[in-house]
Write a protein that binds this ligand. Structure first.
Ligand code: SF4
Length: 279
């Protein structure tokens, strides 16, 4: 079995940075380190960080005392205001790339445009973006969901940072036919795009694809869908134990890609397991 591992693998820039910030707080001896929600969508890594005293809290009210890390996706305006009123000591680990769609939404709102945000309804990044928007924002995940507004309406289109270019481009093309005044800014982050491109290319060259990442990770699920659309033998796995359930029959070449919140140590365990079966 030949294992082909993606170059863009392991934590993305934003998750790596957030993890570093969290572990630095531990080094500083901060007695209580909270994260508002899990620091990343990877249960195994969240459990590892919990062993370092970095504890996810469900609600802002649970974050009183110590320091509270705002994770890569950001925080809602309401949570921010509540944190300020409770005197919670916040540490900003928002990924700089997540701030890009927010800035464009602000600009489009100032221009009086209706915003079409290409994203997943309910995703923390989307929820945070909606909370700060000062205008009308519609969350859409595919071209069929394009709202039917007055065709003279000015439209601004941006994307959640982990969407796919294909879907974004389809939406923009269709919108331009429907709304003459459409402005679009592609705000998917570079890391996501590289991972998706690499996955797409690899899926066409191997007999089986493994996509490693949390089942609660939207970007991993999207990467899985992209790979599966090309290679039907695509498996989304979270950890090495799940490999026992995968049939590698006639899989001479195996592609290995990962979501943005998958730590290197999980990928390393998977590689080792695959190599042990290759010999
Ligand atoms: S996926 Fe992109 S935007 Fe999201 S945290 Fe990682 S680098 Fe930042």
């Amino acid at each position: 079995m030949k294992i082909i591992k993606a170059k863009q693998s392991g934590f993305c820039y934003g998750v790596k940075r957030a993890t570093r910030i969290a572990l630095e707080l531990e080094t500083q001896g901060i007695s209580r380190i909270n994260t508002l929600g899990p620091l990343m969508h990877n249960p195994q890594e969240v459990a590892r960080l919990a062993a370092h005293g970095i504890i996810p809290r469900d609600k802002i009210e649970d974050c009183v005392g110590g320091k509270t890390i705002i994770r890569t996706h950001g925080i809602t305006r309401q949570e921010l205001e509540r944190a300020e009123s409770l005197g919670i000591n916040l540490v900003d680990a928002i990924c700089p790339y997540v701030k890009v769609p927010k800035n464009h939404i602000d600009q489009f709102c100032t221009q009086g445009r209706a915003i079409f945000l290409v994203g997943d309804q309910g995703h923390p990044e989307v929820v945070a973006l909606l909370s700060f928007a000062k205008g009308e924002v519609f969350v859409i995940s595919d071209p069929t969901q394009i709202p039917q507004l007055d065709s003279a309406r000015a439209i601004g289109i941006v994307a959640q940072t982990t969407q796919s270019r294909e879907v974004f481009d389809e939406i923009v093309t269709k919108c331009r036919l429907q709304y003459a005044d459409t402005k679009a800014v592609f705000t998917v982050c570079e890391d996501t795009e590289k991972r998706q491109n690499e996955g797409r290319e690899m899926a066409g060259k191997v007999d089986l694809m493994l996509v490693v990442g949390g089942r609660n990770s939207a970007n991993t699920c999207r990467l899985t869908d992209i790979c599966r659309s090309i290679q039907p033998r695509t498996h989304h796995i979270e950890c090495v134990a799940e490999l026992e359930l995968v049939s590698f029959k006639a899989a001479g070449r195996v592609g290995l890609v990962s979501g943005a919140s998958t730590p290197d140590w999980i990928i390393g365990e998977i590689e080792q397991w695959l190599e042990s079966k290759s010999g």
